[in-house]
Design a binder for this molecule. Structure first.
Ligand SMILES: Cc1ncc(COP(=O)(O)O)c(C=O)c1O
Length: 386
């Protein structure tokens, strides 16, 4: 259940009507390459205002519009020669590259068709033995709870604390005899809030050793709070901990469906034995290349974090309560029903994220490209006006 994924219209450029079918194919290949050649700055230049005119600006699904990186774009094209074959070699190389990044052994990596697959594998483990339960905090990313329910695992939900973070004390108290797994999304989707590294580590160490702990770090690359940090090092000490990452966010490869988990060797072997699908070669080659494209990753981080701060201060100026988001999105109390706010934004040609239960007047807004954020900032005062 990637966040409200919908098909993106092909490039959304207004030159489309003037091009033949063959011309369109050419444009589809050339524009991304041209954008990739000069990094984010030329990607910005290649983001025509025409896109804004022809289709709504998509600030609804927490994608990274700057991706893929220039190196990943080249790798996708080069992977064409590998497409007749099953992608075993790429899988081995990707696991090795990810393992090297995190200083663990390749046997500790679970590659998935998106981190969504790794969440589902965790759901399969939680479903072993009848009557198991999952503990999770609402609102959160619900791919695991939804899948677990299909496997017969019910979720025991806890409420957020006053700062819209997971309430770790409440989560601890919710763990009982039947608990097979605990899900922590850090930073959390949709609130964007993150737990401190120290508090999360204390919590994980307090969970019974037989209980699977899943820490979803899909957005951790975008955290700028020095208190926030990854739990990957903790897999050395905690054999029932798995930490999830994805290539869908800072790497900008959501459409190619690559994610992974890092765990101790025994848990990783158990999870790999439950693999549901096999990742595609273009995605894996792009992921390997993207891991090495440090310039792109640094530029993307700076662009998105700078724009997150711009949007946060605009919302503060407008007097709207918001969370301290650490993701590539902001979460704001608009002061009106979600449908009213999203309708007002759509009238201004901007699509924002969906409604979340218990947060009826709140909206999640993804951080787009710099021109898209400029448009958002122009639109907000009118849309939020009484
Ligand atoms: C917190 C979180 N985890 C996992 C995912 C799934 O990501 P993917 O399957 O694209 O790796 C998402 C997608 O939006 C997410 O927000």
């Amino acid at each position: 259940m990637p966040a409200q994924t919908q098909p993106t219209p092909a490039l959304g450029l207004d030159l489309q009507p003037r091009l033949s079918r063959r011309g369109l194919l050419g444009a589809a290949l050339l524009v991304p390459l041209a954008a990739g050649a000069g990094g984010i700055s030329s990607a910005l230049a290649a983001t025509p205002r025409a896109r804004v005119v022809s289709t709504p600006i998509r600030l609804d699904s927490n994608e990274n519009p700057y991706g893929p990186s220039p190196a990943a774009r080249q790798a996708i094209l080069a992977s064409v020669t590998e497409t007749p074959r099953y992608a075993d070699a790429a899988l081995v190389e990707l696991a090795a590259a990810v393992a090297a990044k995190h200083s663990v052994a390749p046997s500790q990596i679970i590659i998935g068709t998106g981190s969504g697959e790794v969440l589902k594998i965790a759901g399969l483990l939680a479903a072993e033995g009848a009557g198991g339960e999952l503990v999770a905090a609402r609102p959160t990313y619900e791919e695991l709870p939804v899948f677990a329910a299909k496997m017969g695992v019910q979720t025991r939900w806890t409420s957020p604390d006053t700062q819209h973070r997971h309430d770790l004390q409440a989560m601890h108290e919710a763990i009982g005899e039947q608990t097979r797994a605990v899900y922590v999304c850090n930073p959390n989707n949709p609130t964007g809030t993150a737990l401190s590294k120290a508090a999360l580590e204390r919590f994980i160490r307090s969970v019974p050793a037989s209980t699977l702990v899943i820490v979803d770090e899909a957005y951790i690359d975008l955290a700028d709070d020095p208190e926030v940090g990854s739990m990957i090092d903790l897999v050395r000490d905690c054999p029932s901990l798995v930490v999830l990452r994805t290539f869908s966010k800072i790497h900008g490869l959501a459409g190619l469906r690559i994610g992974y988990g890092v765990a101790g060797p025994a848990l990783a072997a158990r999870m790999n034995s439950k693999q549901i699908s096999f990742p595609n070669v273009a995605g894996m080659r792009a992921a390997i290349a993207s891991l090495g494209d440090h310039h792109f990753l640094a530029e993307t981080y700076t662009a998105l974090v700078t724009d997150r701060r711009r949007i946060h201060s605009a919302l503060d100026g407008l007097g709207r309560p918001r969370t301290h988001s650490q993701g590539n999105f902001v979460f704001v109390d608009t002061g009106m029903p979600h449908a009213t706010f999203s309708g007002r934004m759509l009238a201004r040609n901007i699509k924002v994220g969906r409604h979340f239960d218990g947060y009826d007047s709140w909206a999640r807004i993804t951080i787009g490209t710099r021109p898209e954020v400029d448009r958002l900032l122009e639109a907000l005062p009118g849309a939020l006006g009484a």
